[in-house]
Design a protein around this ligand. Structure first.
Ligand SMILES: [Zn+2]
Length: 410
């Protein structure tokens, strides 16, 4: 079967528009649930003022997300219809001769262009919306340095991985995907394992638990489940946001539970220990290993399909580019791959929600379910969470079950 470049072009546009409509539709469905009655068992989360504030927060976020999605769609479509890829490809070819440098410059410009175009939205979200609701604690200085650091990280890792793939492809041809897969897998195991040593210190200060009542309460529990206290850390999340959080990272000797200082401020010692119990549950049930495995398999599938697509000139021609190249092939591929990546993120969320129940259950069995419920309620209140999301919206996007679902299970 022979497709024309115009046909492939239409498929690309159809995927982009379909994805936009799907997101917009789910957002809309979700917004129809904003005024729904809050179920009895979580009716004590908000008082009247907090409830009204949460209603306003939901609406503002909805509007913001709507305009930001329309903005992105318009830019992407303009780029496609006004032959943006051709112009950029020509520019890179005229400036450099090495295919590797051409491809890297091409992606570099797209990356920076995208960052720049998104910046106003990112600024507005942090300094207007989050500020208005009292969540923002970031200064312009922290924000700027965060952007610089995350950009450098993206250049280092993204640029590094990309260079590796491009060079390997030039040397060994279509089997490049196997070598690239091994390389990315090794890198992600290292980054996952040493996340707390490599990445976190760039953005936050980490301290171990101070002596005191909280430490003794946690110690009693951690001894019982056989988790070393030296693996529990506190970071200064309050530097950026008043929202509280906790997470588990690493494996083997590098495993650790990280608590935001904001979490310690908001919860009492028993509630904090219940949250730690939940995080240790993720470790005991091997969720970190599963997630890593999931992404390794996903990367393998993606690279393999990429290796099939890359050598078909029609995918470059579809974007109006005559000379077939790695970077143009990758752009077409990334869009054609969207439906598959959407499905895989759906599956990931399905597992992730299951894991949250398992970690909750672990906390209930080994510590106390009541304190965990109290903690979840306080955290939902303070972050003005949506207590009545639409079930379809939850099914598609939520990596965690809703507060109501978790309390029912507990
Ligand atoms: Zn969890």
């Amino acid at each position: 079967m022979q497709f024309s470049p115009e046909f492939i072009f239409s498929i690309l546009i159809a995927i982009i528009i379909f994805n936009f409509l799907k997101d917009t539709f789910l957002d809309y469905l979700n917004s129809k649930y904003f005024n729904k009655n809050i179920p009895e068992i979580i009716s004590d989360v908000f008082d009247k003022t907090k409830y009204l504030k949460s209603q306003e927060y939901k609406k503002i976020q909805y509007e913001f997300s709507k305009y930001s999605k329309i903005y992105s769609l318009v830019i992407v479509l303009c780029f496609f219809y006004f032959e943006g890829f051709v112009l950029l490809d020509n520019f890179c070819r005229e400036s450099f001769s090495s295919p590797t440098v051409i491809s890297l410059t091409f992606f570099g410009i797209i990356f920076f262009g995208n960052e720049l175009l998104r910046l106003p939205f990112s600024l507005y979200f942090t300094f207007v919306i989050e500020e208005k609701f009292g969540f923002n604690k970031t200064t312009v200085k922290t924000f700027t340095f965060d952007k610089i650091k995350s950009t450098l990280l993206a250049i280092l890792f993204g640029g590094g991985i990309l260079s590796f793939i491009i060079i390997t492809e030039q040397i060994i041809g279509d089997k490049f995907w196997i070598v690239a897969w091994i390389f990315i897998t090794t890198l992600s195991i290292l980054v996952n394992g040493f996340y707390a040593q490599i990445i976190v210190p760039l953005f936050n200060k980490q301290t171990s638990l101070e002596r005191g009542e909280l430490r003794s309460e946690i110690e009693k529990y951690s001894k019982k489940v056989g988790f070393d206290l030296s693996n529990i850390f506190i970071i200064d999340g309050s530097k950026r946001s008043s929202k509280a959080n906790a997470y588990f990272s690493g494996f083997g000797k590098q495993k650790r539970v990280t608590l935001f200082d904001t979490l310690i401020e908001k919860l009492n010692n028993k509630q904090i220990t219940a949250v730690i119990a939940h995080e240790i549950g993720h470790y005991k049930k091997n969720h970190i290993i599963f997630n890593l495995l999931f992404s390794v398999i996903q990367t393998g599938i993606m690279l393999y399909i990429l290796s099939l697509f890359l050598y078909m000139p029609i995918f470059s021609n579809a974007l109006g580019v005559e000379i077939h190249s790695f970077h143009i092939g990758l752009i077409t591929f990334s869009i054609l791959f969207t439906p598959i990546s959407e499905i895989s993120s759906l599956i990931f969320n399905l597992f992730s929600r299951k894991f949250e129940y398992q970690a909750d259950e672990f906390a209930k069995k080994t510590y106390n379910g009541k304190f965990l419920i109290e903690a979840l309620k306080i955290l939902s209140k303070d972050s003005l969470s949506n207590l009545t999301p639409h079930p379809k919206y939850v099914w598609w996007y939520y990596s965690h079950p809703t507060l109501y679902q978790r309390i029912i299970r507990l």
